[in-house]
Design a binder for this molecule. Structure first.
Ligand code: UDP
Length: 476
């Protein structure tokens, strides 16, 4: 699709790994269709992003005298109101500061940017909901890039807009019945609607759904093929247009391995060479994403289960960035006893790991990016959700995708060694293992064509661009 070369969009997101990466992935699709992209994100990620982002034509364009590279993504930064060395694992201070200082700082940045540039649209990440008002006040049309499952969007929307009846959310075992979704328990709702979630998180999502009516387009990082009934169920209420799966193109079988993605930490790439030495479908990959820090007890149970399983494993234990959590330690004898078949790293190139034929299954916290990555690679999962949208994603994997098993937590919220062992067995060699792998491969196939010419996500991206130009011709 040929696009008037002046069409230009501004994206806004915090610089958290799981928030900024899907923005980059979508930027890459827009770039490939001739749209220019500027990404505005928070200053605390500047150094890590410029150092670790895999793109040859990425430029820091905050200094507007730097003209950047017109064919690439321009990066600009605004302050969240905290000093760069502030410990952002104190989420309450971080969320409150960005809500208070973010609007003015972003607004000043937009004022400066629009002196030299016209934006046809701003694409806002849901976790900076105040940015919707800022861009609308600047007269810029606004789109939302929903970076979680369409299922989470539907649940939030229906609850916060009082569309459907919900049971008492204090009772986590009550059943919720919503269009397009199988019946699920209250505890599988996105946790930001639950009364037990701290106020500052619940408030972010309330603020978003108060502002969402000002948004002209809601796009999703999922794809129609994996959430068909959910997307259909939203169509007459408030449509969400999936434009994903927003993962690196090589995961979808594209030859081009070049990528635009951000790594906030340096990946220990040697783990791919280590995987090369392992037999096909033999390695358990374990990772809980970029934010979660597990308790010592939980780490001990995983170590014991991996040891007892006698299987090869690759385990990512990302050290905590802040002071809110004690550092965890692996038992010395565990490392010694498993050194021939186990590798523990601080950060890995996850997409390449999931693509690797040696990987048998993924013990995952069910972050939405990890969920999409496991779907498009056909890797069976052991779903181990903690908070935010993770329980909803685990419910999707269990009840809609059928591409894995889910751990059961004990009364103390701890998953026992025996339970982890059970899940490993079920997904790799139990009577259901073959069926789960078959289903995972079906999911992979159905998610692969949607971004190609004629595919649903590709059509949705084209319609978005066409609509943008048609509705706002003066800016294009
Ligand atoms: N990731 C990675 N290396 C790791 C662990 C995670 O590259 O060792 C990436 C992963 O591929 C995914 C992102 O970090 O794209 C994590 O996002 P997700 O939504 O799954 O979880 P979050 O970190 O936001 O909880």
């Amino acid at each position: 699709m040929a696009v008037d070369e002046r069409v230009s969009v501004l994206m806004v997101s915090m610089s958290l790994q799981g928030h900024i990466n899907p923005m980059f992935k979508f930027a890459k699709h827009l770039l490939s269709k001739g749209v220019q992209v500027t990404i505005a994100t928070t200053e605390d990620g500047r150094d890590r992003m410029l150092k670790n982002t895999k793109s040859s034509n990425l430029t820091d364009n905050t200094n507007l005298n730097n003209s950047g590279n017109d064919s690439g993504i321009k990066l600009v930064f605004f302050s969240d109101g905290l000093s760069l060395d502030f410990d952002r694992s104190d989420t309450e201070s971080m969320v409150n500061s960005i809500r208070e200082k973010g609007p003015k700082n972003l607004s000043t940045l937009i004022t400066n940017l629009t002196k030299v540039h016209n934006y046809s649209c701003a694409i806002v990440n849901p976790f900076v909901p105040w940015a919707i008002n800022v861009v609308v006040e600047h007269g810029i049309p606004c789109a939302l890039l929903w970076i979680q499952a369409c299922a989470s969007y539907s649940i939030y929307y229906r609850y916060l807009k009082n569309i459907d009846p919900f049971p008492n959310l204090d009772d986590l075992d009550e059943k919720v019945h919503l269009p397009g979704l199988p019946p699920f328990e209250v505890k599988d709702s996105p946790s930001f609607i639950l009364p037990s979630t701290p106020y500052h998180f619940r408030h972010v999502i309330r603020e978003l759904f108060e502002a969402v009516d000002k948004v002209n387009w809601v796009l999703g990082t999922s794809c129609y093929e994996i959430e068909e009934e959910i997307v259909n169920s939203m169509a007459s209420l408030t449509p969400i247009y999936p434009v994903g799966p927003l993962v690196s193109p090589f995961l979808l079988g594209e030859k081009e391995r070049s990528d635009v993605s951000v790594d906030m930490w340096s990946a220990e790439d040697f783990c791919i060479e280590w995987l090369d030495t392992m037999p096909s479908s033999s390695v358990i990959y374990v990772s809980f994403g970029s934010l979660l820090v597990l308790s010592q007890k939980q780490v001990d149970n995983i170590a014991a289960a991996l040891k007892n399983s006698n299987k090869a494993f690759l385990w990512v234990i990302k050290p905590s960035d802040g002071e809110s959590h004690d550092a965890v330690e692996l038992p010395v004898e565990f490392l010694e006893e498993t050194k021939e078949r186990g590798l523990v790293v601080k950060w890995c190139p996850q997409e390449k790991v999931l693509m690797h034929p040696s990987v048998a299954c993924f013990i995952t916290h069910c972050g939405w990016n990890s969920t999409l990555e496991t779907v498009v690679t056909g890797v069976p999962v052991i779903a181990w959700p903690f908070w935010t949208d993770q329980p909803t994603n685990a419910m999707l994997m269990e009840k809609v995708f059928h591409n894995g098993v889910r751990v059961k937590c004990g009364e103390d919220d701890i998953v026992s060694t025996e339970e982890i062992e059970r899940c490993i067995k079920d997904v790799t060699e139990g009577p259901r293992a073959g069926e789960i792998k078959k289903r995972a491969m079906e999911m992979k196939l159905s998610s692969h064509k949607t971004l190609q010419e004629g595919g649903t996500s590709n059509k949705n991206i084209n319609h978005f661009i066409i609509d943008l130009i048609a509705r706002y011709p003066a800016r294009a």
